[in-house]
Design a protein around this ligand. Structure first.
Ligand SMILES: [Fe+2]
Length: 329
């Protein structure tokens, strides 16, 4: 009879209904957890980690490239990079002023100094103290270009759109930095003869091999030869040219790192494992900074806090290579 079928819910139907319900519940909970975790990481990456500025310490002995040292030298170098300064960067600049209130032999700044023109106001007051042998800087791609979100997304797929068509006049950038005691090197060298140090600053756009050879020909044979650059590209150039050590940035250490996996991208020829830090390429010690800023369009750092590095560089008759790292702030 029809009323009998109505009053007879089967076990099978009941079970299916409960299973569907549980499956949707679990899916909903998993979605909610993933969303909460994602939002939490986004908040942490954009609001907290980008401001967790650190000062790291590194001691390194120069490699075997570049000719013998005239005498043993020890230099305390502060390496800062990728500041990406815009008008509201008081906290970052305060950190830089705090760490430069120290005695350094050299301060080096390896590009992507300014993101927007309103950041130029910080140039004259970046350094609290003038380093003993001077402060030197090179420019990076963000100094030369004002990137749009289109460049940063579609440009990854099509290199034609990687950079904006218009290049900035960086003269105001240079004036701002030089008012603060930096010497900006655009494919130029500087010789600190009293300490037998020779520094070459390589511009973001690179340098022709012949031009670099011409600059290096001016270096005394037994000088400590240092290079500043922005993008880690053609890194074997430095050992071929005879540099003892070179310093760059650009990678931001990957900016987003996955625990156990490392940087997702390096935007350079570096492997994900070597997205930042000290490496030896052909006998030249190369330090790639994680930098103190982030691209403001993403403005996120995850498991890759911004950092400046104090490098104690020892140049002289080689003993066993000795590299150590520690964090002080
Ligand atoms: Fe950068």
């Amino acid at each position: 009879m029809w009323w009998k079928s109505l009053s007879r819910p089967t076990y099978k139907n009941f079970s299916k209904s409960t299973g569907d319900h549980n499956w949707k519940l679990y899916l909903g909970l998993a979605g909610l957890t993933a969303t909460t975790l994602g939002l939490g990481l986004f908040y942490y990456g954009t609001r907290v980690e980008t401001k967790r500025f650190r000062l790291e310490q590194l001691r390194v002995r120069t490699g075997t490239i570049g000719g013998a040292a005239g005498a043993k030298q020890g230099l305390k170098i502060l390496h800062i990079s990728d500041l990406h300064l815009s008008g509201n960067d008081d906290e970052k600049v305060q950190f830089i002023r705090q760490i430069t209130d120290e005695d350094y032999d050299l301060v080096i700044l390896t590009g992507d100094v300014f993101e927007f023109l309103d950041g130029l106001k910080y140039g004259p007051s970046l350094l609290s103290r003038k380093p003993r042998l001077g402060a030197y800087a090179v420019f990076g791609n963000h100094d030369y270009y004002d990137y749009s979100i289109f460049n940063k997304t579609f440009g990854r797929l099509n290199r034609k759109y990687r950079h904006p068509a218009k290049r900035n006049n960086v003269e105001p950038h240079r004036i701002s930095l030089e008012a603060g005691g930096f010497k900006v090197l655009v494919n130029e060298s500087v010789s600190i003869s009293e300490e037998n140090i020779f520094i070459v600053g390589i511009d973001y756009f690179g340098i022709a091999e012949s031009e670099l050879q011409k600059l290096m020909a001016e270096a005394p044979d037994d000088a400590l030869k240092l290079a500043l650059f922005h993008v880690p590209k053609y890194l074997d150039t430095f050992s071929k040219a005879g540099f003892h050590a070179a310093f760059g940035g650009h990678t931001h250490g990957g900016q987003i790192r996955v625990p156990g996996l490392g940087a997702l991208i390096t935007d350079s020829e570096l492997s994900r494992k070597n997205a930042s830090g000290m490496i030896d390429v052909g006998g030249t010690k190369i330090h790639v900074s994680r930098g103190l800023g982030a691209d403001p369009r993403s403005n996120i750092r995850l498991f890759c806090p911004p950092a400046a590095t104090v490098i104690e560089l020892i140049h002289g008759p080689a003993a066993a290579a000795n590299t150590s790292i520690s964090t002080t702030i």
